[in-house]
Ligand binder design. Structure first.
Ligand code: SF4
Length: 79
């Protein structure tokens, strides 16, 4: 299983991840990215389906600040 979470403290609101993986990432009022898939609200607790793994990895690889995290267990963040 894979889970993802955005470290907003280091996100620079560049817009890359939402363009690469719009089903997984979207932006808050400040333009900072967060995980929206399945209503995740950037808690990192929603399992990302296997068919989205390519988009997920592309988004991680494309983030200029390494703010997109991936793990095989839930992040349990507060969003
Ligand atoms: Fe933020 Fe990285 Fe997404 Fe750019 S690609 S908006 S820096 S999380």
């Amino acid at each position: 299983a894979k889970y993802t979470w955005v470290e907003k403290d280091t996100c620079i609101a560049c817009g890359a991840c939402g363009a690469t993986a719009p089903d997984i990432y979207d932006y808050d009022d400040e333009g900072l990215a967060g995980v929206v898939y399945g209503g995740d609200d950037n808690t990192g607790n929603t399992e990302i389906p296997e068919e989205m793994y390519d988009d997920l990895q592309d988004a991680v690889d494309g983030c200029p600040t390494d703010s997109i995290k991936i793990a095989d267990c839930p992040f349990h963040k507060e969003g």
